[in-house]
Design a protein around this ligand. Structure first.
Ligand code: NAP
Length: 281
């Protein structure tokens, strides 16, 4: 029997599990497609119903994989996709969203993000997001790779305060956002989506993490994900193309750290003591 996956809420009140599924590098190789679809479906079955994708991933290939995985079960999932900065003009954002909807095989995206800042003024992208929202094509919009100064600038443009999420690099080995960005978002009820929660797999070879995992009869991936679960307002989105590893990641939600264990993690993976520039992959 599993503990349920904890949930967190977006500003509009919609609840999502704090553990979802990433899709970067999916949809790039047709030989892997069937396993990727199975992995996403296994994840949905296990409650990891938030799926993160982007028009960039596999040039639409990842969105197509997601579309296959959610066929006949659209209402079970919370879909997140992203517009590339180079497409983020007023008309370009709308055209990009239409393409994503087609690849995903759906008529709405639950959360649509600006992948990172580009040349188009934020006001223009936000205006396009609001048009998409008014037309029912997206339910909410947010940003990705935005540090505090970007978030503050965003707040100053018309409707900029409607931002529903910020997706940034965050994992045990990269805790810089804990100093300021994470509390800033928390204060405003804006969830942070932690991308690369396993540091693209690099964390799994960390000797300290391997040691702690053994003590918990868990795997390093599970400890890394359980750590993120312990942070309020954070949604992590590990990517795996294997149904077995999707199960392993889900089982991480059964790990509960004591205050002493969290302090031990702080010693091995120290939280920031000063402002650190937002890291980006
Ligand atoms: P990640 O989730 O930290 O790590 C993925 C790697 O870990 C893959 O090689 C995967 O291999 C492996 N893995 C997953 N679960 C595992 C387990 N239980 N045991 C061992 N290995 C495991 O890295 P990520 O894909 O960079 O980040 C996650 C998601 O965040 C992305 O897929 C994407 O949706 C999003 N993202 C967003 C941005 C942005 O700019 N907004 C940037 C990067 C990522 P297998 O597939 O072989 O299991």
């Amino acid at each position: 029997m599993h503990d349920p996956i904890p949930t967190t809420s977006f500003p509009d009140g919609r609840k999502v599990p704090v553990l979802g599924q990433g899709t970067w590098r999916m949809g790039e190789n047709h030989i892997k497609a069937a396993a990727e679809i199975r992995s996403l479906q296994a994840g949905i079955d296990l409650g990891m119903t938030l799926i993160d994708t982007a028009e960039m991933y596999g040039d639409g290939g990842a969105e197509r994989i997601v579309g296959e995985a959610i066929k006949g079960r659209r209402d079970e999932v919370f879909l997140v996709s992203k517009v590339l900065p180079s497409n983020a003009s007023r008309s370009g954002t709308i055209a990009a969203c239409e393409r994503s909807l087609k690849y995903l095989g759906t008529d709405r995206i639950d959360l649509y993000l600006l992948h990172w800042r580009g040349v188009y003024p934020l006001a223009e992208t936000v205006a396009a997001f609001e048009t998409l929202k008014a037309g029912g094509k997206i339910a909410a919009w947010g940003v990705s790779n935005f540090d505090i100064d970007d978030m503050e600038e965003l707040e100053s443009v018309p409707n900029g305060r409607n931002v529903a999420a910020n997706q940034v690099l965050y994992n045990l080995a990269r805790r810089g956002i804990e100093y300021d960005l994470l509390p800033w978002c928390r204060d405003r009820g804006v969830p942070v989506m932690a991308y690369s929660p396993l540091d693209e797999g690099r964390l799994l070879h960390n000797a300290d993490l391997i040691h702690i995992a053994k003590a918990h009869q868990a795997t390093p991936a599970q400890v890394a994900l359980a750590f993120l679960k312990s942070r309020p307002g954070v949604i992590s989105i590990p990517k795996t193309g294997s149904a077995e590893r999707a199960r392993e990641n889900r089982d991480a939600m059964d790990i509960h750290f004591t205050a002493e264990e969290l302090a031990e993690l702080d010693e091995l993976f120290p939280p920031p003591r000063r402002k650190m520039r937002l890291e980006v992959i």
